[in-house]
Design a binder for this molecule. Structure first.
Ligand code: NDP
Ligand code: MG
Length: 382
């Protein structure tokens, strides 16, 4: 029985993690969880899974629900509450499925408390990859990928020597606008952007898929997770999302991991690693249904955010944190109908141009760069 701490239980990954736990009551128990503002879904999970510790986003939510939770459940709130939950003494593995750079410090707290980290929160490695991977090494803690691409690569690398790796090949669906020209992108709406052809995900990451910033963030994550240089990472457009990613080895062999586009499979693998248990919840992949799979080279002029991500990753230091912060603010503004779609990449570009990166940054340096970028991009939007 693995004891699980789930951060971000009301989100897309959070809810699918609960599906996996629910389907495997003999394998998993939820001992602590957090959520943000979605009281309805949050309380539903609290009553169903009966965790011992629950963190909510702020004091207001805490006051609203404090009388509605089971008496043996301890309630806490705010960033401190999130960190306390990440380090809860009874948990063995922390699924970090919160969104945004708010997920960084809880990851570090989980590592400090010697928990295995099943990492969905992209921003953790994008903003502070060096610090987080050093910290995990120092505390002898494993970071297991949840994202489908990194889970695929992780599985392809199983039992292989690092020296044998030629390159990682991340696949990208192309998102909701993959068949549109740049000109057609000028007038797309939020609703159209949220309609992803293959995956059902949270709003922010669905927009990031359409701009391909999502793949860019994944490239940076892959660099840190698998300690490979950016020159060893390629992205391939693959519209069916059947091959979740691949590894090419020096001898010319390529190993790929395939599956239906269902996050429950990589989530479950992170929870059971190095074992596998049957997955009753997920549909099986039937390749005959597809008949053929398609692959295309990426056009970096079409997907400029991906180019920005490679460039920021290569520069390193505080640059990826700035990329991420600018993108978070810009995507939010797009979701609130304050800016057009193509303005997202323009704002990110402006923020990167504006920033003089600091190298070997401390956590404070990163947080400061993050904060300043948010202000800068917000001022451009206003
Ligand atoms: P969602 O927006 O669906 O969920 C985010 C979760 O975080 C919710 O539980 C939300 O609470 C909580 N949350 C948001 N802001 C705060 C805050 N300030 N403090 C505390 N909790 C907060 O996101 P996703 O599930 O889509 O994504 C989560 C992470 O996983 C992201 O980093 C994403 O990039 C990554 N990821 C997602 C994939 C997917 O398929 N969705 C695939 C691969 C990676 P509430 O809703 O209650 O306010
Ligand atoms: Mg992904």
């Amino acid at each position: 029985m693995k004891k699980i701490i789930l951060l971000g239980a009301t989100g897309s990954i959070g809810q699918q993690t609960l599906d996996v736990i629910r389907a495997n009551p003999d394998s998993f128990r939820l001992v602590a969880m957090s959520f943000g503002e979605n009281i309805e879904l949050g309380l539903k999970a609290v009553h169903e899974f009966k965790p011992e510790l629950v963190a909510v986003k702020n004091r207001e939510i805490y006051d609203q629900i404090r009388l509605n939770i089971p008496s043996n459940c301890q309630l806490t709130y705010g960033h401190d509450g999130l960190c306390e939950t990440a380090a809860y003494h009874k948990g063995e593995i922390v699924v970090n499925a919160v969104i945004g750079s708010v997920g960084l410090i809880p990851t570090l707290k989980a590592i400090e408390a010697k928990k295995t980290v099943a990492l969905a929160n992209k921003e953790t490695l994008v903003t502070a990859g060096q610090i987080v991977t050093d910290y995990a090494r120092k505390h002898n803690v494993q970071i297991l990928p949840v994202d489908s691409e990194h889970s695929a690569i992780f599985q392809c690398l199983n039992g292989e020597k690092k020296e044998s790796v030629e390159r990682l090949i991340l696949t990208a669906s192309g998102g909701s606008f993959r068949d549109k020209s740049r000109n057609e992108l000028k007038h797309v709406t939020v609703k159209e952007a949220l309609n992803h052809p293959n995956w059902s995900m949270g709003a922010k990451i669905t927009i990031d898929s359409a701009t391909m910033m999502n793949k860019g963030l994944e490239v940076i994550e892959a660099h840190w997770l698998f300690s490979v240089s950016y020159d060893q990472i390629d992205v391939l457009l693959h519209k069916e999302s059947v091959i979740h990613s691949m590894v090419e080895f020096h001898d010319g062999s390529i190993i790929a991991q395939l599956g239906t586009p269902d996050m429950k499979i990589p989530i479950q693998y992170a929870l059971t690693y190095p074992n596998r248990i049957p997955s009753y919840e997920s549909e099986r992949l039937d390749l005959t249904k597809y008949g053929q799979l398609h692959f295309e080279k990426i056009d970096f002029d079409r997907y400029r955010c991906l180019k920005f991500a490679f460039d920021s990753g290569k520069i390193g230091g505080t640059m990826p944190a700035v990329l991420n912060a600018a993108n978070e603010v810009a995507v939010n503004a797009f979701l609130e109908d304050k800016i057009p779609f193509l303005k997202i990449e323009e704002l990110v570009e402006r923020a990167l141009e504006e920033h003089a990166p600091l190298f070997n940054p401390t956590l404070e340096d990163i947080q400061e760069a993050d904060g300043r970028t948010r202000q800068f991009v917000q001022s451009l939007i206003n």
